[in-house]
Write a protein that binds this ligand. Structure first.
Ligand code: NAP
Length: 255
């Protein structure tokens, strides 16, 4: 059977060379999907794909920097050529903007003194990057019988949670770039879901929880596997699944 006529579902995960994205790629491969590992560094992408294959999964690396539309278009071409369609897109690639999340970095994202270039870089990756990748992959997703798009957001995106003066989020570091970028991402998720609902394309946002990865200097309390699980659940929704929602491990997350 040629790869183009594969009956395996084909999933693309951005930023899949490490962290939650890699966990998602491993879990989707374990479910029998062909996984395309998007990574901006080709070597690290190949290394991750090789590791998934070594565990018995079907994985292929593709060079994809979400802020570089030329690589995004080229990645779409490669998926088209090799598989002819895409069933699942996980927009996982993201940056915090801070060197690392720690008390020493607390000044980084204080709104009144935040560095505009940092804010731009965070929105470029976490928001505009998702639009660029989604739009490049939509023609391939439309060829799937049951396309799913999952945008990896965060509890920090929730205006309900972050505006509660008595809630746990008031104790978190100020976040003039990361948190608003993820709020924009959940808003964008609703807009895509509304546009694509009639085409049967389910688009949801996910908050994976506080997961120990490089992005937080491994201070997160959940494992990558735990954080990836909720993403995988939304990536494998049945036809009667929700669209335009925002979900965490325990169910819907307030907007
Ligand atoms: P991570 O370990 O730092 O992984 C981030 C991934 O995104 C890496 O593969 C990174 O590639 C990639 N990436 C960054 N910028 C990119 C770009 N321009 N193009 C392509 N790939 C890019 O962080 P993580 O914690 O797994 O985060 C994954 C997602 O989960 C992010 O969207 C993050 O905001 C979200 N999230 C994480 C947590 C948490 O507690 N960890 C909580 C809520 C939401 P490089 O290796 O090349 O840098």
């Amino acid at each position: 059977m040629s790869e183009k006529s594969t009956r395996r579902k084909v999933a693309l995960v951005t930023g899949a060379n490490k962290g939650i994205g890699r966990g998602v790629a491993e879990q989707l491969a374990a479910l029998g999907m062909t996984v395309v590992i998007g990574a901006r560094d080709p070597e690290r992408g190949e290394e991750a794909a090789a590791a998934v294959r070594a565990s018995g999964g079907d994985a292929h690396a593709v060079t994809l920097d979400v802020t570089d539309q030329a690589t995004v278009q080229e990645a779409a071409k490669q998926v088209e050529k090799r598989f002819g369609r895409l069933d699942v897109l996980v927009n996982n690639a993201g940056i915090t903007g801070s060197g690392r999340v720690s008390p020493e970095d607390a000044h980084d994202q204080v709104p009144s003194s935040v560095d505009l270039d940092m804010v731009r870089a965070v929105f470029e990756t976490n928001v505009l990057g998702v639009i660029g990748v989604t739009n490049a992959m939509l023609p391939l997703l439309r060829r799937s019988p049951a396309p799913r798009v999952v945008n990896v957001s965060s509890h920090a995106a929730s205006l309900t949670l972050t505006s509660d003066p008595d809630g746990p989020f008031t104790a978190l570091l100020p976040s003039a770039a990361y948190s608003p970028s993820k709020t924009a991402l959940t808003a964008l998720t609703v807009q895509y879901a509304n546009e694509l609902r009639r085409d049967g394309i389910l688009v949801n946002a996910v908050a994976p929880g506080f997961v120990g990865t490089d992005s937080n200097n491994h201070t997160g309390v959940l494992t990558v596997s735990q954080g990836a699980a909720v993403v995988v659940r939304l990536a494998t929704l049945g036809t009667d699944g929700p669209t335009g929602g925002f979900f965490g491990e325990g169910g819907p997350v307030p907007w």
